[in-house]
Design a binder for this molecule. Sequence first.
Ligand code: FE2
Length: 296
Amino acid sequence: MIIQRQEDVTDAVLDAVKNTADPRLREILTALVKHLHAFARDVHLTEDEFEQAVQYVVRLGQKTTDTHNEAVLMSGSLGFSTLICLLNNGNKGQTETTANLLGPFWRMNSPRTESGASIVRPPTPGPALFVDCWIKDTNGKPIEGAEIDVWHSSPEGFYEQQDPNQAEMNLRGKFTTDARGHFSFRSVKPAGYSIPIDGPVGDLVRATGRHHYRPAHLHFLIFKDGFKTLISQVYVNDDARLDSDVQFGVTRALVGNYVRHDGAAPAPDVQGEWYSLDQTFVMEPGKSRLPKPPIQ
Ligand SMILES: [Fe+2]
């Protein structure tokens, strides 16, 4: 159609995509065009602002490398990643879920570790943390033989590959649940950390007057045939930034009960304060699959 007025543009584009063969792609493109055009009308986007927006998208791509994905960071910083997670887990967003964001630091081939053993590959000083995990199905039945990757930042807020002072695969382990759906491990209490702010996402965070930190957390990836692979994070409840995560990842179900202790610890070498965490994860029936590792 020949466009006469601004209102016609939307109809022209909708008409142009209506013969898209794939029905799902057609549905997505139709809704995208409607919402995108409505957005521009809503804020009456100027030509200058449009040029800035295009340049912003270009910078997202330019900042992305084999070891860093600025587009994923942007998606998290707008709450979009968490929205997608919550729409697709917990019975399609109807019920509470222990699913959460994968984040950029998962690696394949974490070292196999016996239940109860430590994932601290010294030297990594910090408060000792003893973690007990329980994996259940939606009926509360324990899941035996689930494989779990655990990874987290150091008490200084760095993942091993970011920090020359940490050993290879430090604070990472791969566990298997027993007949009770249980595994446990020893580690050190993680700290929160800054997201990278030297790119366009940093500009956005500064422009909105927010801080650029994630509250401390442990990461989990739980894999078992017959169940939807469960990607999770368990947040440290005494973190001052629990309710202002720059990536909007914290959900009520995943605020962990990290309990501080000062008395005798489960290991004789522990001096002073130490922490324990008891956490249950619920796996939904579905397809097991491993995500593509965000970094090599
Ligand atoms: Fe993380």
